[in-house]
Design a protein around this ligand. Sequence first.
Ligand code: DON
Length: 305
Amino acid sequence: MTVIAADQLKDLVEQVKPWLGSGAVSNYLPELSQARPDDLAVAVDFGEDGVVTAGDRIAKFTLQSVVKVFTLLLALHHRGKDYVFERVGCDQALGSYNSLESFVRTSGVPVNPFVNAGALVIVDMLPGHDPDDRVASVLDFVRALANNPAIGVDLGTARSELMLADQNRALAYYLRGHNFVSTTVEELLWAYCQMCAIEVDVVDLATAGRMLSESTDICVMGEMLDASHLRLVRRLMLSTGMYEASGHYACEVGIPAKCGVSGAMMGVVRHHKGIGIYGPALDASGNSIGGLRLMQLLSKLLDVD
Ligand code: DON
């Protein structure tokens, strides 16, 4: 097994830093616009061989779209594959993550669970008596996978997102109007915004990523998660995790990963390894510039085929 030394990981961060200047931090929420574009942190969890970190390990950030990996896995666990994929597709997105035009294919369902339309449908199908229950179950799930009970929701970011969520609101009205979701629009959005605002650090992401790398059933909160669901989620991360840049990413990097507009990125590497990255400078597709470059270098070092 290849274990990377802390010095090696630090070197990778230094190699990537010059590229950060070509990106910009997300500015659609005040909370996200305060991020520093030259921040870059990474953690790799090697399971029994420990966690190696480089960069600003203690920086905290919100999951944003990375949460869609966890909500999908929970939905698969509670509803099963057939139920989930009758309601969302598993195809590549044609436009941006919150695009109004391209989320419905001719079959009529949102194109995949990682574009916002699909993610809202997934949130609607999570178990719980009300939206707060659903947020609590996602939060507990993330805490368990990351092995960190202190993980919480940044309510300031969630409230900002709710106020500025008109594009997501439009998607939610469309979805409710076509009976894709049964939760009321505002309840659905508030649940989604809180889930996106779950606050983590790179070690949390690396540990959760490592859990998702397992090839057998795993026990989370006393329940067995099916290995076939983990495999399906990894395949979707590789094929659609980077939105319209997914094909290029799959060819160049090959590590199943998911990014968020905060600069969060979680990677899942075979044989019990997980990667967590924070790099808030984003490219035009909304993916972390530092994250993409670090993943590319890590895929060589970790011998991903
Ligand atoms: O729905 C939104 O706009 C955000 N809360 C999440 C979007 C996101 O992270 C897209 N990923 N790059």
